[in-house]
Design a binder for this molecule. Structure first.
Ligand code: CUA
Length: 360
C-alpha cells in the first residue's frame, strides 16, 4: 500500500476514535449557553436553581437532602472508580511476565465488606429521606397555619384565602414566618403547583385537596409555575409568590378586600360602561356594589392592575399590552380560552384598557 494512503487510513481511524469524545466535549461546553440562553421575557426571568437558593424551612430540608445524596453518590463513585483503577493496574499481566498475576477467587472479608457498605449507605439515605418527607408534610405542632387554596385553571392559578375573604389570581401574597397550608386543587385538568425556592412540587387534581405546608423565612418575590403539561398554554401558567412582613401582608389583604376602583370620568369611565355591557361580565368578576361582573370562568379582575402581568406572565401590565390583549389575547398566549375582540374600534379597546389599568 502506498505510504500516503496508509497514513491517511491511520488518521481516519484515529479521527473516528476521537469523534465521540469530541462530540461529548462539545455538548458539555455548549450546554450552559443553550440552557441559560433560552429566550425569556425580561419581566419574567424565571426562578433560579432551587437547591442553591432555598428560602423556606421546607426547601432547606429538600436542599439538604439533595446535597447529602449528591455527596454520598460522589463518595461511592470515587470509591468504585478508584478501586477499579487500582485493580486494573495491579492485577493485570505486564509484557514480559512469565506467569499471570495472582488471581483472587472468593474472599469472605471482601464479600462482607462490599455488602455491608452499600447496606449502611442505603439505610442512612432511607432514614434521612423518610424523616424529611415526614417533617415537610407536617405543620409545626400546635400551629394554626393560614389556609390558602391554590386552584389550577387552564391556564392560570386562582388563590383564595377562605379566612380572609380574598380571591385573586396570578399573584399570591403570603406573610413571612407564618405557617402556611396550601390546599392545591384543580378546576379542570391535572396541573402541578411549584415555587422552586419555597415549597415542594405537588399535583393539582380535580376534586382533591392536596396539602403543602411551608413557612417562608425571607421576604421577597419568587417565581412559580405549573409544572405539568396541561394543554396549549401550559408554559404561560406562571405566578409569583410575594413573601411580605406581616404588616405589609395585612395592608395588601385589606386592599384586596376593598371593592374595585370606581373611575371618576374620561376614558376609564367609558371603558367601565362598555365592560359592564359586554360579554366580559360572563367570565370575569369585578367586586363592587352593584357590579354585573361576577363570572368565575376567568381571572378575577377586581384589582387587576395591582398585579404583576396580564395573562399569568404572558403580557406586561401596561396600556399597550392591555389593548393588544383585548384585541387578540392569543397573540400573547397561544391557546388562551379568552376570545379576541377584533371588531371593537380602536377607541373602544383603548377605553376598556384604560378601565382595566385603573383597577389598581
Ligand atoms: Cu397547568 Cu401546566
Amino acid at each position: 500500500m502506498p505510504t500516503v494512503v496508509h497514513t491517511g487510513l491511520r488518521i481516519l481511524k484515529k479521527k473516528r476514535v476521537l469523534a465521540l469524545p469530541a462530540f461529548l466535549g462539545g455538548v458539555v461546553a455548549l450546554w450552559p449557553a443553550v440552557a441559560f440562553a433560552l429566550p425569556r421575557p425580561s419581566w419574567n426571568p424565571g426562578p433560579p436553581w432551587a437547591p442553591l437558593d432555598p428560602k423556606s424551612g421546607e426547601m432547606h430540608m429538600i436542599s439538604n437532602l439533595f446535597w447529602i445524596m449528591l455527596i454520598l453518590s460522589a463518595i461511592i463513585f470515587i470509591g468504585v472508580v478508584g478501586a477499579l483503577l487500582y485493580i486494573i493496574t495491579h492485577n493485570s499481566a505486564r509484557p514480559g511476565d512469565d506467569e499471570p498475576p495472582p488471581q483472587l477467587y472468593g474472599s469472605r472479608p471482601i464479600e462482607i465488606t462490599w455488602t455491608a457498605i452499600p447496606f449502611i449507605i442505603l439505610v442512612v439515605a432511607f432514614g434521612i429521606t423518610v424523616k424529611y418527607i415526614h417533617d415537610i408534610n407536617t405543620p409545626p405542632a400546635g400551629s394554626h397555619p393560614l389556609d390558602i387554596v391554590a386552584k389550577g385553571h387552564q391556564w392560570y392559578w386562582e388563590f383564595e384565602y377562605p379566612t380572609l375573604n380574598i380571591t385573586t389570581d396570578d399573584e399570591v401574597h403570603v406573610p413571612a414566618n407564618v405557617p402556611l397550608h396550601f390546599h392545591v386543587e384543580s378546576a379542570d385538568v391535572v396541573h402541578s403547583f411549584w415555587v422552586p425556592q419555597l415549597q415542594r412540587q405537588i399535583d393539582a387534581n380535580p376534586g382533591q385537596d392536596n396539602a403543602v405546608f411551608a413557612e417562608m423565612d425571607t421576604p421577597g418575590i419568587y417565581g412559580g409555575m405549573c409544572y405539568e403539561y396541561c394543554g396549549d398554554a401550559h408554559a404561560w401558567m406562571k405566578f409569583r409568590m410575594v413573601v411580605q412582613p406581616k404588616g405589609a401582608f395585612n395592608a395588601w389583604a385589606a386592599h384586596m378586600r376593598s371593592s374595585a376602583n370606581k373611575p371618576k370620568g374620561g376614558l376609564a369611565l367609558a371603558g367601565e360602561k362598555l365592560f359592564m355591557a359586554s360579554t366580559c361580565v360572563e367570565c370575569h368578576t369585578i367586586d363592587m356594589p352593584g357590579s354585573k361582573a361576577s363570572g368565575t370562568a376567568a381571572p378575577n379582575l377586581t384589582h387587576l392592575a395591582s398585579r404583576w402581568t396580564i395573562g399569568a406572565g404572558a403580557a406586561r401590565m401596561n396600556m399597550a399590552d392591555a389593548m393588544g390583549w383585548i384585541h387578540q389575547p392569543s397573540h400573547f398566549k397561544p391557546g388562551v380560552l379568552m376570545p379576541g375582540y377584533p371588531l371593537l374600534s380602536h377607541h373602544q379597546i383603548k377605553s376598556l384598557a384604560a378601565y382595566l389599568m385603573s383597577l389598581k
